[in-house]
Design a binder for this molecule. Structure first.
Ligand code: CU
Length: 421
């Protein structure tokens, strides 16, 4: 018995030490941390959280203290083993009513900031700073009657990626220009986020800016966000939505007003034309021949698709691919930046890594085959992803319609995608 107890002590200490490593300040600051708020909504959420933590801590100390006191004070002492039990009490109305009142008071104390926060998050503030430089730009960029409104972004969740539309700025399904996987917003601007889903339930969460609200099929949810610091933020689908839920990420890029205006213009422009006779030009042809155009639009090149897959007109200008699961930035350089909690700087896109990501993503969807028709990359990067119709419908009978690519064809397509900036 005593040997078990002797072993138990160091084991418990080791466990506590292990758990405590999860509390380091450095870990609070990294990528998806709700403990490092960078906007008013996440700040309010953080404040409610901390208020609750402090109150819970006080209760824990009071209740735990009473328990420890009772155990120590009324423990069995030497020579008392055969003594009769002490006199038993049968309730104390004063203590009981007091405890009930104290519990009610504690709940009220938590309820006040919680309700305040819920109302704050629910009501989208009108234009905050009507005289700012940003507001002046905004008035020039959108129709006058909409200029004083907050910026609206329609977010659609799909298995397993996000689509962003900007109805006031002409970036929508109708204009055949949408923005996948990277939500770009101007700094300091209130942004209304409309949340929808086109298949199953997803959830929108950017821990440092705000979250999280579910995206439910057949229902419109909304929230608002504002980012007070320019930079690069990490978001994540926060509701289990199928095979690749864990790989359904997104990014939020917060730009200074002038950079945001330039970005909007770049999104409206048609994709650049590859040089005639180049490998990229061949890739452009293959993009149509290999049925990529069924699901993908490339503004200015191929606009017939209804947009089942992401728009690719600017695919090479984004930092990430495939629901932001594949990052084109040097992982070590970026990890060093993230460890400092610095959202303002971001490692640049590494073209070699980007090319490899394009290659692996398209090749791993089961389309890259050797001369005998055998898949060359057996492991799927995102299990169950909806590239290619035999996956889209998941019907065994449609498997024959699978598109295949040789290594040369894949290289040409990747070359084409690399020009889409
Ligand atoms: Cu999801």
């Amino acid at each position: 018995m005593t040997s078990v107890v002797r072993l138990l002590k160091p084991a418990l200490l080791a466990l506590v030490a292990l758990l405590a490593t999860g509390c380091s300040k450095a870990d609070w600051m990294v990528r998806q941390s709700a403990m490092d708020p960078k906007g008013p909504v996440s700040q309010v959420q953080f404040d409610v959280f901390m208020a609750t933590v402090w109150l819970a801590l006080v209760l824990f100390v009071l209740v735990g203290g009473a328990l420890v006191y009772a155990v120590v004070r009324y423990r069995e002492r030497a020579g008392q083993a055969d003594a009769p039990p002490p006199e038993q009490g049968h309730g104390n109305p004063l203590v009981e009513i007091g405890l009930i009142m104290a519990s009610v008071a504690a709940l009220v104390v938590i309820a006040i900031p919680t309700l305040e926060a819920i109302w704050y998050m629910e009501e989208i503030p009108a234009e905050r700073q009507p005289d700012s430089k940003l507001a002046a730009w905004y008035k020039g960029a959108v129709p006058a009657e909409a200029a004083d409104e907050v910026l609206t972004v329609d977010v659609v969740g799909k298995q397993w990626w996000f689509r962003f539309e900007y109805p006031q700025l002409g970036l929508t399904q109708e204009t055949k220009r949408t923005v996948p996987n990277e939500l770009v917003i101007p700094k300091g601007k209130v942004v209304r986020i409309n949340l929808r889903s086109e298949d199953v339930i997803h959830s929108f969460w950017v821990p440092k800016i705000a979250g999280k609200v579910d995206m439910i099929p057949g229902r419109r949810n909304h929230m608002w966000i504002q980012a007070d610091q320019a930079g690069h933020y990490y978001g994540q689908c926060a509701e289990f939505c199928g095979d690749s839920h864990a790989y359904m990420l997104f990014r939020v890029v917060v730009l200074e007003p002038a950079a945001f205006a330039a970005w909007v213009e770049s999104q409206k422009a048609p994709a650049p034309e590859p040089a005639p006779g180049s490998l990229a030009a061949k890739g452009k042809q293959l993009f149509a021949q290999k049925t990529c155009i069924m699901c993908h639009r490339v503004a200015g090149h191929y606009e017939a698709s209804a947009g089942f897959g992401p728009d690719l007109a600017r695919v090479a200008s984004r930092h990430t691919l495939a629901g932001a699961w594949l990052d084109h930035r040097d992982p070590a350089a970026q990890a060093a930046i993230d460890a400092k909690g610095d959202t303002e700087v971001s490692a640049p896109i590494d073209p070699a890594l980007q090319r490899r990501n394009f290659h692996d993503w398209i090749g791993s969807s089961g389309v890259l085959v050797d001369a005998a028709g055998k898949p060359l990359i057996p492991q799927d990067i995102k299990p169950g992803n909806r590239m290619h119709y035999y996956r889209m419908f998941n019907v065994a009978g449609l498997r024959e319609t699978k598109t295949t690519l040789t290594q040369e064809e894949l290289d040409a397509i990747v070359e084409y995608l690399m020009t889409l900036k």
